[in-house]
Design a protein around this ligand. Structure first.
Ligand code: PBG
Length: 324
C-alpha cells in the first residue's frame, strides 16, 4: 500500500478543510510615512504604490485601514529639520508627536497606534543614535535620548513604541523610563532581531535618510545563527510586549525561532527592499503579483508570525475582506 498525501489535495473544499494557517486583516500592520511641510503626497523611489503623506492625507489612509479591518498602524515621520542629536524626535510639538495626536483624535481606539522609536529619521548623520567624539554610535548616551523620545510619544497617546534602534539595553531603559513617568500602559514592540540588511534601500528614500556608511556596529550580522534568539530573549527579559523579526522573507528561520521562544506575540516586518523585489518581478510579468504576495503572507504565518508589518497591508486586507 502506498501512502497517498494527494487525497487531501483533491478538491478546493478538501484543501480548505485541511489548511492550517489562516490570514486575516487584523494580522496585517500598515506602515505609514508622514512628511512635514508638504502639501501633496509624494511617491517614493523604489516603493511603487507607497506614499509620503501630508499631515492631512494620512488621515484618509487610517479611514481606509479601518474599513478594511486593519487594527494597527505604524508611523514613520520625516522631519523638515535634522541635527546632530535628532532633537526634533524629543519635542512634544515635533512631527511624529503631531501625527500620533492627530491620528488618535481621528480614530479614537479603533486602531493600535505604533510609533517608530528611533533617531535615524531625525539625525543629520542618519545613524539610529547619537555619536561620541570619535564618530561612533554611543550606546548609553543614546538610551537617554530614547527615554526622552518614549515619554513624548507616550504622552501623545501612542499605544506601542517600535524600538528599532538596536542599542543594547534599550527595552529595559525605555520600560523603566515609561514606568517612572506613569506610562505603565504604553507598550513596547521590540525590533528584537534586526539585521544589517541590504533590503532597507527604498525605506531610506522614504525617510530621506542622511546615512552614509552602514549600521553594522548595531544591527545584526546575517551570518550568525544563534544571535537572533539571544536578542529576542534579551528583549523579552527587558520587558518587551511583542518581538519583531526584520527583515522577514530572508529571515524565516529566525522568525520560527522567535515563535518558539516567545510567549508574547511575534511580528515580522516585510521590509521595503523585499516589497520592491516582488513588485519589480511582478511588473516584469515573471511572477503573478497577487498570488505571490498571498503566498508570502501565508508563509510568514506558517513560519510563526502573529503580526505581519507590510506595505501590502491595506490592499491585501481589502482583498481578504472581499473573500470572506
Ligand atoms: C530604522 C528603520 C529602518 C526600517 C524601519 N526602521 C531602516 C534602517 O534600519 O536603516 C526599514 C524598513 C524598511 O526597509 O521597510 N528606524
Amino acid at each position: 500500500m502506498i501512502n497517498r498525501p494527494r487525497r487531501l489535495r483533491t478538491t478546493p473544499a478538501m484543501r480548505e478543510l485541511v489548511a492550517d494557517v489562516a490570514l486575516s486583516p487584523k494580522n496585517l500592520m500598515l506602515p505609514v510615512f508622514v512628511k512635514e511641510g508638504i502639501t501633496e503626497p509624494r511617491e517614493i523611489k523604489g516603493m511603487p504604490g507607497v506614499l509620503q503623506h501630508t499631515e492631512e492625507t494620512f488621515l484618509h489612509v487610517l479611514d481606509d485601514a479601518i474599513a478594511a479591518g486593519i487594527v494597527s498602524v505604524m508611523f514613520f515621520a520625516v522631519p523638515e529639520h535634522r541635527d546632530e542629536t535628532g532633537s526634533q524626535a524629543c519635542l512634544s510639538e515635533g512631527i511624529l508627536s503631531r501625527v500620533i495626536k492627530a491620528a488618535r483624535e481621528h480614530v479614537g481606539d479603533a486602531l493600535v497606534l505604533v510609533a517608530d522609536l528611533c533617531l535615524d529619521e531625525f539625525t543629520d548623520h542618519g545613524h539610529c543614535g547619537v555619536l561620541n567624539s570619535s564618530g561612533a554610535v554611543d550606546n548609553d548616551a543614546t538610551l537617554e535620548h530614547y527615554i526622552a523620545m518614549a515619554s513624548v510619544l507616550a504622552e501623545t497617546g501612542a499605544d506601542l513604541l517600535g524600538t528599532s534602534g538596536m542599542m543594547d539595553g534599550q527595552v529595559a531603559a525605555i520600560r523603566a523610563g515609561l514606568d517612572a513617568r506613569g506610562f505603565v500602559n504604553t507598550g513596547i514592540l521590540a525590533y528584537a532581531a534586526k539585521y544589517a540588511s541590504n533590503f532597507y534601500g527604498p525605506f531610506r528614500n522614504a525617510v530621506e535618510s542622511q546615512l552614509s556608511g552602514d549600521r553594522k556596529t548595531y544591527q545584526q550580522d546575517f551570518r550568525r545563527t544563534k544571535e537572533g534568539a539571544e536578542e529576542i530573549l534579551l528583549d523579552l527579559e527587558e520587558g518587551a510586549d511583542m518581538v519583531m523579526v526584520k527583515p522577514a522573507l530572508a529571515y524565516m528561520d529566525v522568525l520560527t525561532q522567535a515563535a518558539q521562544l516567545s510567549s508574547k506575540p511575534v511580528a515580522a516586518y516585510v521590509v521595503s527592499g523585499e516589497y520592491s523585489m516582488v513588485e519589480t518581478a511582478a511588473a516584469q510579468g515573471v511572477i503573478p503579483r497577487e498570488a505571490t504576495i498571498f503566498e508570502l503572507l501565508y508563509a510568514l504565518k506558517r513560519a510563526g508570525a502573529n503580526i505581519i508589518c507590510t506595505y501590502w497591508a491595506l490592499e491585501f486586507a481589502q482583498k481578504l475582506k472581499e473573500q470572506s
